[in-house]
Design a protein around this ligand. Structure first.
Ligand code: SF4
Length: 226
């Protein structure tokens, strides 16, 4: 698939998803630090479990960098238990809170002063922060134009038939960032719309007949030979 066709296809997918589902207005959290906590807690679990864990953090008044540093490890693990892998995630939250305190004195606005590349490298050096979590925070908290790749995005893009060199996170990210202009609003909505599509239609057993992309999807064409 040449560059022009890929450009067109990615824009077409975005327009169709926006028409079908409308703006998603992510991230669903009232404060930047809550988004950061949510980005860690959502690893390997459904969002509904994250919501329960965040409700617990709020009830226990442990939803600030300082309070996460101060609460005992075992208490924190119990508080976030609904999110699963709670011992590991408690360690990750503590690491993130200590890093935020040591690097930015808990001032999240200060992160925006760093350039995207160096801030991303700093995030990736924190225990428990991988590319997806780092990019979610960069996009949804710091408002840097970087595309978030997750399991849903990989599934949809590979089913549609957009060819990639390999199956790596970076390769998927490059696909979007080379072919779409660097725009925080578009990257924000595009990622959220792909998640919406994955939940509404393109799940493990895809409901292709109700999908707004079926006539441009290789998986559907091969399955139904249109
Ligand atoms: S047509 Fe089916 S496989 Fe293709 S994107 Fe839609 S739901 Fe997924």
């Amino acid at each position: 698939m040449n560059d022009e066709v890929t450009d067109h296809l990615l824009k077409e997918i975005y327009q169709r998803l926006m028409t079908a589902y409308g703006p998603q207005q992510w991230w669903p959290a009232p404060s930047p630090f809550e988004v950061m906590v949510g980005a860690v807690l959502t690893q390997s679990t459904a969002w509904i479990n994250v919501e329960k864990a965040i409700d617990n953090l709020k009830a226990a008044q442990v939803l600030s960098p300082e309070s996460i540093r101060n609460v005992s490890f075992s208490d924190l693990a119990q508080i976030i238990k609904p999110s699963g892998y709670y011992n590991v995630k408690a360690r990750k939250l503590k690491s993130l809170a200590y890093w935020l305190g040591a690097t930015f004195a808990d001032n999240i606005d200060k992160m925006a002063e760093c350039d995207t590349k160096s801030l991303r490298e700093q995030f990736l050096s924190v225990y428990g922060i991988g590319p997806e979590t780092a990019d979610s925070i960069l996009l949804y908290v710091v408002k840097k134009p970087i595309f978030v790749i997750d399991t849903y995005t990989r599934r949809i893009i590979s089913r549609i038939g957009l060819m990639l060199k390999d199956n790596s996170y970076d390769d998927y990210q490059r696909l979007f960032m080379v072919h779409l202009k660097a725009d925080v609003v578009i990257y924000n909505e595009y990622h959220a719309l792909l998640v919406k599509l994955a939940k509404e239609a393109c799940n493990k057993k895809p409901l292709c007949r109700k999908c707004c992309l079926n006539d441009i999807c290789r998986f559907y064409k091969e399955l139904f030979i249109i």
